[in-house]
Design a binder for this molecule. Structure first.
Ligand code: ZN
Length: 233
C-alpha cells in the first residue's frame, strides 16, 4: 500500500468512525457505504468525474445498448458546462450523485471549503435535474470530519467503492475487465471513470465496458444503481 493510500485509508477510517459516532441514529443506515446488500446477485456500476461531452455519451450508448442503468457521480463545475450531457444521463434512467464542485480532495479542505464543495455541487445538480442527489462520492476517496455535518444538512450518504478496476495508474482494458469479473461479489459497487482525470481513462473504459457488462452477466450478475443496492439493506 502506498503512503498516499495508507493516509487515505487512515483518514477515511478515522472520519467514518467519527461520523458514525456523531450520527448515532444513522447507525442503522450507515452514512458511509462501501457496498450494498449481499442478498441479491446484483452489482452497481458507478462513473466518476463527468459529465464529459465527448466520453459520457459514449458510455451512455454502451449502457443503453445493453439495457444497464448506472450511477454517475458528477463534478459540479463540469455539469454547468455540459448541461445537455447531464440531461442525457437522467433521460437514460441513470442515477446522479454529487462528486464535489471542483473535484478537490476534502483531505485538503477546511470546514468552509468542504461546505462549498458539497453544497455548490448539490445546488447545481438539483437545478439541472430537478432533484437533489442523495449520494456523495468524495473525490479521490478522501474525506475529513467536517464533511459529516454537511452531508447531514443535505441528506447525503457517502459512497466509496468495493472494486476499482483502474486506480491511480493506467490499467489496460482487458486487465480491468478480468479484474472486475474476478473480484465481483453480490452488492459490489464498481468505481469507473468516464472523464479524463487519469490520462486515457475514459477511452480505456469505453473499450472495456461492453466486455465488463457481458462478463458480469455471464457470471449471473444483474445491475442496479447504488440507490437501489442500498434500499435492500
Ligand atoms: Zn473523481
Amino acid at each position: 500500500m502506498s503512503a498516499r493510500r495508507f493516509l487515505a485509508a487512515l483518514g477515511a477510517g478515522a472520519a467514518a468512525a467519527w461520523g458514525l459516532y456523531t450520527w448515532g441514529a444513522h447507525l442503522v443506515t450507515p452514512v458511509c457505504v462501501w457496498r450494498g446488500a449481499r442478498g441479491a446477485r446484483r452489482v452497481a456500476l458507478t462513473f466518476d468525474d463527468g459529465p464529459d461531452p465527448e466520453w459520457t455519451p459514449r458510455v451512455l450508448a454502451v449502457l443503453a445498448e445493453r439495457d444497464v442503468r448506472g450511477s454517475f457521480f458528477l463534478v459540479g463545475a463540469r455539469a454547468v458546462r455540459s448541461p445537455d450531457t447531464v440531461r442525457r444521463i437522467t433521460a437514460g434512467g441513470h442515477e446522479i450523485g454529487n462528486h464535489g464542485w471542483a473535484h478537490r480532495s476534502l483531505w485538503l479542505c477546511g470546514p468552509r471549503r468542504t461546505s462549498v464543495e458539497i453544497g455548490r455541487c448539490q445546488e447545481v445538480l438539483a437545478d439541472l435535474t430537478g432533484r437533489a442527489p442523495a449520494l456523495f462520492r468524495p473525490p479521490w476517496g478522501m474525506v475529513n470530519a467536517a464533511m459529516f455535518p454537511v452531508l447531514r444538512r443535505h441528506g447525503l450518504r457517502c459512497v466509496f467503492w468495493t472494486i476499482q478496476p483502474e486506480g491511480l495508474v493506467p490499467v489496460s482494458a482487458p486487465l480491468q475487465t478480468r479484474r472486475l469479473v474476478r473480484r465481483a461479489r453480490p452488492g459490489a459497487i464498481v468505481d469507473l471513470h468516464d472523464a479524463p482525470g487519469l490520462p486515457g481513462a475514459p477511452a480505456r473504459l469505453c473499450e472495456a465496458l461492453p466486455a465488463m457488462i457481458d462478463g458480469l452477466r455471464r457470471a449471473d450478475y444483474a445491475f442496479a444503481t447504488v440507490g437501489e443496492l442500498l434500499e435492500e439493506r
